[in-house]
Design a protein around this ligand. Structure first.
Ligand SMILES: [Zn+2]
Ligand SMILES: [Zn+2]
Length: 368
């Protein structure tokens, strides 16, 4: 019987424990992946700090949602991915990092990322054990969409696709990003860099990225940003608004994406919008952060505010095709800055905490 490690949080903010379990056989229609990469996403940091909504279940909570792996074992009746392409042991697979119920009103309307049904528990010490990506293996139940990875994509660009890339792509699509748009992106971390490349691929004529770190802004330009704004140089909201108005010839942005997670950026971002433009809230996932807001600013030019979270699984193969198309020009390999073996997960989180505040490092990746 094969055993595998699983990273578990037993108490918020405290070091993780690594537990070992027997790897179960996959159910009919399901499969077991051998995890090859697992990203440290901002929401994992929130979970670890205890800023997530759920109390820790008895026995702890497994960690990690972003990642990728290769097929370790296929369940009975599975021989293809969700698009009917043959898969076998050892093949690289991208899976949907959401666990929709597939039967609620939202799911049956194709909005699996808005699922209002029961979500799979992520309780440690409970079958099938391997429900987080900070682990050697990952249990894919029957019905979970999986997609073969195009051979053109190197391993080093796969680890963040099913959270960071998916989340910003969903946000841009739901906001109606199209040829000719002007898009403003607040924050040049892993989300912002992915959003920059995707907005350009969707035909945005101008992508303007704001951040406070010069080396992140340099990366944003490498990912296709037409303009960057260093918020330490444009240090007031008025100065930034004026700069964006200059760069958009007095029109404003069709879409603003908030990817930082600061409540006040909602109010600021709406100020950047063209009439009819859409502000997309993605970064503010921690509850309880509030901001004062004058609703009449939406009436002046019929502006929209929307939230967006995760993505519809059908976007995964589409996004990978977009990445293949742009692999020559977009340096996706630069998104992951630090790699750690699974046993060093506590170091990885300590560095990620530090990096989030201080440096240009955009994303850590666990490589079991
Ligand atoms: Zn994530
Ligand atoms: Zn559902």
């Amino acid at each position: 019987m094969t055993k595998g490690r699983v990273v578990v949080v037993k108490e918020y903010g405290k070091p993780f424990e690594i537990e070992e379990y027997e790897v179960p056989d996959p159910e009919p229609g399901g499969m077991i992946l051998k995890i090859t990469q697992a990203g440290i996403c901002g929401s994992d940091l929130h979970t670890w700090r205890g800023e997530a909504y759920a109390p820790i279940p008895p026995g702890g909570r497994v960690m990690g949602h972003e990642g990728t792996g290769v097929v370790a074992k296929l369940g009975a009746g599975v021989s293809t991915d969700s698009l009917g392409r043959p898969i076998k042991e050892g093949d690289r697979l991208m899976y949907a990092a959401i666990a929709p119920c597939n039967r609620c009103y939202q799911c049956i309307n194709g909005n699996e990322n808005w699922c209002s049904g029961a979500q799979a528990p992520r309780q440690a010490n409970t079958f099938p054990h391997f429900t987080g990506t900070y682990a050697d293996y990952y249990y894919i139940p029957a019905g979970r969409p999986v997609f073969a990875v195009p051979r053109e994509l190197p391993d080093e660009v796969l680890g963040f696709i099913n959270c960071a890339t998916g989340t910003v792509t969903e946000g841009l699509l739901r906001a109606g990003c199209k040829e000719g748009d002007y898009v403003v992106i607040q924050g040049a971390g892993g989300l912002g860099l992915n959003a920059t490349a995707m907005a350009k691929d969707m035909g945005a004529h101008k992508v303007i990225v704001l951040d406070r770190l010069a080396n992140r802004l340099q990366l944003a330009r490498e990912f296709g940003a037409d303009h960057t704004i260093d918020i330490t140089e444009y240090s007031t909201q008025d100065a930034r608004r004026e700069r964006i108005w200059d760069l958009t010839e007095g029109r404003g942005a069709n879409i603003v994406l908030e990817l930082v997670g600061r409540a006040e950026l909602l109010v600021e971002g709406i100020e950047y919008l063209a009439n009819g433009g859409t502000f997309v809230e993605i970064g503010n996932i921690v509850r309880g952060m509030t901001v004062e807001f004058d609703p009449s600013t939406l009436m002046m030019g019929a502006k929209r505010v929307m939230g967006s979270r995760m993505y519809r699984p059908a976007l995964l193969p589409e996004m990978m095709e977009r990445m293949v198309k742009n692999l020559e020009t977009v340096p996706y390999h630069k998104i992951v800055s630090n790699r750690y073996p699974l046993a060093d997960v506590n170091d990885a989180f300590r560095d990620a905490e530090w990096n989030e505040r201080q440096t240009a490092v955009s994303r850590g990746m666990l490589v079991p």
